[in-house]
Design a binder for this molecule. Structure first.
Ligand code: HPA
Ligand code: ZN
Length: 327
């Protein structure tokens, strides 16, 4: 359709995707065959079934296992090369990648090696694919406040070029955003932006906590804000964007039916909304598909889709010159 052609050519940024979750099926098969005892299928059809998630905790468990297959700096560079090639084909000029250094460290990658791999992969993305990358260091709430402190240590001590923000993925149930306030405070004092996940699978209270306790300048998902008019007003008034990932929400069963997804309500409330894929390899999606979903399911036209792309560029923690080029 003409909308598909418009979206394909539209210069975009992508502000929410995880390094390991971006790996293509082929890449994960290669890694799984290298480590046949890692609990990840080595057969293509089986791997597809492995990626059928029953709920969010199930997804996090699968994510953890695939993460453990990424053992070397060279693996990280391979993932970034594949990711940048994919982004380039979708007219994505700039992307912020969520990297969970403590998880990579648990899989056997030394912190200095990780920093070097990120620097190499970023140069390669720029030179080979024309894609600029930034890093959001994901403290992974599943690893608790101690893991968050270790994440900030990595970001501050190594600070690879392109470091832009501290993030907070992982579990939400049974975890409180407020417990991560000291780590976030330290990261912000060191000059990092604050971009935690909040309200992916829980309600508005944790989105409030992300704003008031973690100083969130942007929020990953944030769809749980939809039930709280006062919170929506706050996000709109203070221009705090939500990185909305509709296909992800469907695949992890955070949302039961795409027709009930709160995205249109968030836009209608004046909240800045950007679109992202979260874990495109695991959710079998790409950024253009997310834009087209908004056209097909929410009846958004070309002007509204272009506005979402501009909102993304404005919300990006990238050099202003690059932002201006994209807008
Ligand atoms: N949410 C939380 N943690 C994650 C995600 C997500 O969408 N993807 C990878 N780790
Ligand atoms: Zn995420």
């Amino acid at each position: 359709s003409s909308v598909a052609a418009f979206v394909a050519a539209l210069p975009k940024v992508e502000l929410h995707l995880h390094l390991v979750g971006s790996a293509s099926l082929d890449t994960v098969l290669t890694l799984a065959r290298r480590h046949p005892d890692g609990g990840v299928p080595t057969d293509r059809d089986e791997l597809r079934r492995f990626y059928a998630f029953t709920d969010f905790p199930h997804f996090l468990d699968v994510y953890r296992r695939v993460n453990l297959l990424v053992n070397t700096g060279a693996d990280v560079v391979t993932l970034l090369d594949g990711l940048a090639a994919e982004l380039a084909t979708r007219a994505v000029r700039y992307a912020e990648v969520q990297v969970a250094p403590v998880r990579n460290h648990m899989a056997g990658i030394g912190y200095a090696d990780l920093a070097a791999a990120l620097t190499d992969g970023r140069a390669l993305a720029r030179e080979r694919h024309g894609v600029e990358l930034g890093w959001v260091f994901d403290a992974d709430a599943t690893l608790g406040p101690e893991g968050a402190e270790e994440t900030v240590d990595f970001a501050v001590d190594h600070r690879p070029e392109g470091t832009v923000a501290i993030g907070l993925g992982g579990a939400e149930l049974g975890v409180r955003r407020a417990d991560f306030a000291p780590a976030f405070r330290r990261a912000v004092e060191a000059g990092l932006h604050s971009a935690p996940h909040a309200g992916e699978t829980v309600g508005p209270d944790e989105v409030w906590a992300a704003v008031t306790e973690l100083g969130a300048e942007r929020i990953g998902h944030g769809i749980g804000a939809a039930g709280d008019p006062r919170l929506l007003e706050h996000l709109a008034e203070h221009g705090i964007p939500l990185e909305v990932c509709p296909t992800s929400n469907l695949r992890t069963a955070a949302v039961r039916d795409i027709a009930e997804h709160p995205l249109p309500a968030l836009v209608a409330a004046g909240v800045p909304v950007t679109l992202a894929t979260d874990d495109p390899g695991m959710f079998h999606t790409d950024l253009n598909a997310e834009y087209l979903l908004c056209h097909e399911v929410f009846d958004m036209g070309i002007a509204e889709l272009a506005e979402i792309a501009r909102t993304g560029a404005r919300a990006a923690f990238c050099p202003p010159a690059l932002r201006d080029e994209i807008i």
